[in-house]
Design a binder for this molecule. Structure first.
Ligand code: SF4
Length: 422
């Protein structure tokens, strides 16, 4: 898959080490999922085939910087965080872009203080129709072709989900959205889809199983309402709106889990209506999975085959796709999610995000002794420069300097065997 290059993405988001690794993979093992091996003395750094900025993120950043360049004299606003990475959002803030909503969804800039002369950018996750209506009340015309082309950074893979939801809604299916209810993208998908049909949000396979139990008549409506009430579209009636269902997803969920959720609900419909009628009651929507989510998750799984001792994952703490990379790594090794090299407090201490406690925590003695194999990756919204600094700092903790890293870069290799093809 070849994508357009976005030339307004700042060069300072790149990093020399990571760029050399990417260049190497353009030459060698381009179609292999085997990770790249960077050997720095007795430290083996494994980098997955796919990581970092995806198409949608690069496009959104390119559009934001293009708007800054084109409109130095106009007030520029973003509906909310353009992507889930603090470095990028702070960069845009320092360049004067104001955010209409904070990360908790609280309005920061009143409707009446916006005007039609202002530039407003919609983030890569898209936004809700309610927020678009609010922009219209401020005379910001979000429906023009010019607005869509220049200021609406909604990733095309997200709008593809909305289109599919609309199509299936028109065919009479209720749309089950596999996503995190509070996440901006799920809110946007929910809002767009409920214009055409009933919707329900389920977070994971466990929730899907409980919804399936209700569909199969194994739990009461009261129990269903107690769990899912409020996570559905206006007017949703569990008694009648779960006869025909289709699953779409928040594009950054675990791809495997989306398939699981779909499988659970398909099975429930088969149980209730019989295999002969399954096509009338369940629509297969595997094609809404985003390519980047698939690639990054598959490459991270391939990384596990190399049996690293520890994994460091770099990304924003509210980044859904990054959280799923951590989940994959955690299945086999100690894994630490950090936002930048600053979280590497000392050779012995790392401050990292604990997704259960939803806060950062400090772990001692996190670093294995040499010789060791370290996996390093980053989420789809993470600039390479952050991962670059992490590699440099960890190498320095082991006593290696730039010269050692450069020597390693001159002899990059694939960690075979991994024969899978992208
Ligand atoms: S993860 Fe996928 S859907 Fe999300 S911005 Fe990137 S390419 Fe688009």
């Amino acid at each position: 898959m070849a994508f357009k290059q976005f030339d307004r993405v700042p060069n300072y988001y790149a990093g020399e080490i990571i760029q050399q690794i990417k260049n190497f993979r353009q030459e060698e093992g381009k179609r292999s999922l085997a990770p790249t091996r960077l050997t720095i003395g007795q430290l083996e750094v494994l980098v997955p085939r796919h990581f970092g900025f995806c198409f949608g993120v690069e496009r959104a950043i390119h559009m934001a910087f293009s708007a800054l360049e084109r409109h130095p004299d106009r007030d520029i606003h973003l509906v909310n965080e353009i992507i889930h990475n603090p470095l990028v959002n702070d960069d845009l803030r320092t360049r004067g872009i104001r955010f209409l909503y904070d990360s908790d969804g609280q309005r920061q800039v009143p409707e009446k203080s916006l005007s039609g002369d202002d530039v407003v950018l919609i983030p890569a996750f898209g936004t809700t129709l309610e927020i678009e209506a609010s922009l219209h009340r401020s005379d910001v015309d979000t429906s023009s072709v010019s607005f869509r082309e220049n200021y609406d950074t909604t990733c095309p893979f997200v709008s593809k989900v909305w289109d599919r939801g609309e199509e299936l809604g028109r065919e009479g299916f209720t749309i089950i959205i596999h996503g995190k209810f509070g996440h901006e993208e799920t809110q946007a998908t929910h809002s767009h889809t409920e214009q055409h049909t009933r919707t329900l949000v389920v977070r994971d396979a466990e929730e899907a199983s409980r919804a399936a139990d209700y569909i199969m008549g194994r739990t009461s409506q009261d129990a269903f309402v107690a769990e899912f009430g409020g996570k559905w579209s206006q007017g949703f009636d569990p008694a009648t709106d779960l006869d025909r269902v289709a699953v779409v997803n928040q594009t950054t969920m675990l791809a495997e889990e989306t398939r699981q959720v779909a499988g659970i609900l398909r099975e429930a419909m088969r149980d209730r209506f019989g295999e002969d009628h399954i096509d009338e009651h369940f629509a297969d929507t595997n094609d809404t999975l985003c390519y980047a989510t698939n690639w990054n998750q598959n490459a991270t799984k391939a990384l596990l085959d190399a049996e690293p001792d520890v994994a460091v994952i770099v990304g924003g703490y509210n980044s859904s796709n990054t959280a799923h990379l951590v989940e994959i790594c955690e299945t086999v090794m100690p894994s630490f999610l950090i936002s930048s090299a600053e979280e590497l407090l000392s050779p012995d201490q790392i401050r990292h995000f604990d997704s259960e406690a939803k806060t950062t925590t400090v772990t001692d003695a996190w670093r294995p002794q040499l010789p060791t194999r370290l996996a390093v990756t980053s989420g789809a919204s993470c600039p390479d420069v952050l991962m670059n600094s992490v590699v440099e700092k960890i190498a320095s903790f082991y006593g290696y300097d730039q010269g050692d890293i450069m020597a390693g870069l001159s002899s990059l290799s694939l960690h075979e065997p991994t024969a899978d093809v992208v």
